[in-house]
Design a protein around this ligand. Structure first.
Ligand code: SUG
Length: 416
């Protein structure tokens, strides 16, 4: 039976605020803050636990090897000799944002009837550009059953690809053929557009998607310029529902018309700019919610605390759930440590529609396994990291040891 499974990136022990992502306003604002990796990872575990309790299947992806000495070596550098920027890039815990790990096309959409995953090249930001080899390693393991999955290496880095954060799938039901929407950027005022249309087209070809059910849609320059560095900062889709800001897309009416033609059941919930400004959308991350179908029926938005704290956003959401629309419930979670680097509830997860029985069980979690993960985090994750500590060899040692402890807990020492 096909189910939607959220694979959350466990927040790595080197989580820190280095202001590495130009165009991501939270990352820039929090440059130089002291981070709290233990708290960050526990926030992530609490989010997963709450979802499991609501009956939603849950998986995990693991922190990568940090500091990434192998990557530094390709630049003839090491931790001690690297510039501050380079050292921070080698330490970054950015693989926690699993929505950027890969683009996923479930089996009902693909020519060969397998679920296809293409690892994102993340070439725009140096600190993210070295994620792909380990993401590939993990996805090949988790989705190694070639009767059901095909895992592709990244699109050649001529064109930027940031994975599922710029991809939406709309369908009547998870197990029915879907319409796949790839969202690319062209310009972003003073900010970079990270997703290139040619990368989107290449992924669609690799996945064997039917051209008649695949849309390529331009993100609005205004949205990128306001800090929506990924489309999932201004839009999210689940089954037949698209929830998006009025200014998310360059030509929204064309997208809505295409969706109505290809999927008559589609329900489009557009948030008008005169109710929620782009600035409030970016600050509150109301669209970086997990839009989920609950086992008892109806959909819920899993939102960050910041959405509740932003008055116009919360007022609008209250109206949304009191109406007769498809979204019935608001579930608020605290992921503040990730949010301060621009990563909301939806950034922290990669959605895969597949039969859980076909996935390597070491990557699936229940509450008992989460207890063990939590215990490991409490024992090994640094409590805090101040920027200057990145140069301290003791921190590198603790970060490496913490990851090793987690691999032991999950029986994944093969990734050591
Ligand atoms: O790529 N932040 C990430 C946030 C990714 C959010 N993901 C989605 N929207 N799906 C990024 O900008 C900040 C790291 C730092 O500054 O230390 C960072 O990489």
């Amino acid at each position: 039976m096909l189910a939607e499974i959220n694979f959350d990136g466990i927040v790595g022990p080197s989580h820190n605020y280095a202001g590495l992502s130009h165009g991501n306003i939270a990352s820039t604002i929090h440059l130089g803050d002291t981070s709290y990796p233990r708290r960050a990872a526990l926030e992530g575990v609490a989010k997963m636990r709450a979802n499991i309790r609501r009956g939603l299947p849950q998986g995990v992806l693991l922190p990568h090897r940090r500091p990434n000495m192998a990557w530094l070596a390709t630049l003839q550098a090491d931790i001690a000799g690297a510039s501050e920027q380079l050292r921070a890039a080698a330490f970054s815990a950015s693989p926690m944002w699993a929505a950027n790990a890969a683009t996923v096309s479930p089996a009902p959409d693909t020519a060969d009837g397998r679920c296809h995953l293409t690892v994102a090249n993340l070439r725009t930001m140096p600190h993210r550009s070295h994620e792909w080899p380990e993401t590939l390693e993990q996805l090949k393991l988790a989705f190694g059953d070639e009767r059901h999955f095909r895992v592709h290496p990244p699109v050649w880095p001529a064109f930027g690809d940031e994975g599922a954060a710029n991809h939406m799938r709309l369908t009547a039901r998870h197990d029915a053929p879907g319409v796949e929407v790839f969202v690319y950027g062209v310009r972003g005022k003073s900010f970079p557009a990270r997703q290139h249309v040619e990368a989107c087209r290449a992924v669609a070809r690799f996945h064997g998607l039917g051209p008649e059910r695949t849309l390529f849609v331009q993100q609005s320059e205004t949205a990128i310029g306001a800090g929506a560095f990924h489309n999932d900062v201004v839009a999210v889709a689940n089954e037949n529902v698209l929830f998006a800001h009025e200014q998310a897309f360059d030509e929204p009416q064309q997208l809505y018309a295409d969706l109505r033609r290809l999927l008559p059941e589609v329900e489009i919930v557009e948030v008008p700019a005169d109710r929620v400004s782009l600035a409030d959308a970016v600050k509150s991350y109301l669209f970086n919610a997990q839009l989920v179908t609950l086992p008892e029926g109806g959909m819920a938005l899993i939102l960050p605390e910041e959405a509740r704290e932003t008055a116009p956003v919360w007022a609008w959401l209250q109206e949304l759930v009191s109406g007769n629309g498809p979204i019935r419930e608001l579930i608020v979670v605290d992921v503040r440590q990730s949010m301060a680097n621009g990563g909301g509830p939806a950034c922290l997860r990669l959605r895969v529609v597949a039969d859980p029985g076909t996935i390597d069980p070491r990557f699936l979690v229940d509450e008992t396994k989460l207890d063990r993960i939590e215990d490991c985090i409490e024992r090994h994750w640094p409590e805090s990291i101040a920027p200057a500590q990145l140069a301290d060899p003791a921190l590198a040692e603790q970060v490496i040891g913490a990851r090793t402890a987690l691999l032991n807990v999950l029986d994944l020492t093969v990734l050591a």
